[in-house]
Design a protein around this ligand. Structure first.
Ligand SMILES: [Zn+2]
Length: 276
């Protein structure tokens, strides 16, 4: 069985409250050996750290752009203290999830940019890679990264153009692909997943979000009372198989290559995955 790394899984989310350890165990049984759990705000840092330690997984610390309305400026100083305190923790692999979201309406762009830039500066100070949230914001994110170089990292749930993909790759980033590629209509994204250099790809679920097509329910189905399917890290092998099929390659080969890529993108992921 292939051995996968889910480089982006919000295992701390409320959706997993009732069965979190079971979800983690099921993912492991399906071949997902390692998860990276990114933080979204100061209030969830302690849970993210505890979860990663409990399951032998990894975590990132940061403030997500969608949480900037309720974040406070002093949370940046708190993040700096926490990164200092956890400096030697092998489970801490990046600053994240940070970035810019120009898709969700009603967010203050200037405020988002301030938190993003402050966290880029912390990643530089602590010599850590970053996990980026990119939604309609590639060019803005890239502009800051060109001015304030970081160690690279992952542009998660990437869904931009080939040119934007190449720009992230040139700055040392890998691109995270997940459930969105399983939709036949996602033509541009599927083309990217099929054609980008293998060294640029890492796998992710973004669970409980971005359900693959087999978990998706339409607005009509939801109106009839069917719940939106919850994505989980155990879906990763099936999602990755869709990517392997698009690339005309073996799933085992994709698993080995993307696990290596994840280890190069983040700090200190364990080296076991090639054994699988
Ligand atoms: Zn996320």
């Amino acid at each position: 069985m292939s051995c996968w790394i889910d480089t982006h899984c919000h295992l701390d989310a409320a959706e997993f409250e009732a069965d979190r350890d079971g979800v983690r165990a099921a993912a492991r049984a399906a071949g997902v050996a390692h998860l990276v759990v990114p933080a979204v705000e100061r209030a969830n840092w302690s849970q993210v750290m505890a979860l990663a330690h409990r399951h032998g997984d990894s975590y990132a610390l940061g403030i997500h752009p969608l949480y900037t309305p309720r974040a406070r400026e002093q949370d940046i100083a708190a993040l700096r203290e926490m990164l200092k305190e956890r400096r030697d923790d092998p489970h801490l692999v990046a600053v994240g999830e940070i970035g810019l979201d120009f898709f969700v309406p009603g967010l203050d762009a200037g405020r988002q940019a301030w938190f993003y830039e402050q966290q880029i500066r912390l990643a530089r100070e602590f010599d850590l890679p970053v996990i980026l949230h990119v939604r309609k914001s590639s060019d803005h994110l890239l502009k800051t990264l060109r001015a304030l170089k970081v160690k690279g990292g992952i542009a998660h749930a990437f869904n931009g153009s080939v040119q934007q993909a190449q720009a992230f790759i040139a700055l040392g980033f890998r691109l995270g692909f997940g459930g969105a590629v399983t939709y036949d209509r996602a033509l541009r994204l599927r083309e990217l997943a099929a054609s980008l250099p293998l060294q640029a790809l890492v796998m992710e679920t973004d669970a409980p979000d971005i359900p693959p097509h087999w978990l998706y329910t339409t607005a009509e189905q939801r109106a009839q009372g069917r719940l939106q399917g919850r994505n989980s890290p155990g879906e990763l092998p099936r999602i990755a198989q869709a990517i392997a099929d698009l690339r005309g390659m073996d799933a085992a080969q994709l698993a080995a290559a993307t696990s290596d890529n994840a280890r190069q993108a983040l700090r200190g992921l364990p080296a076991w995955a090639s054994i699988g």
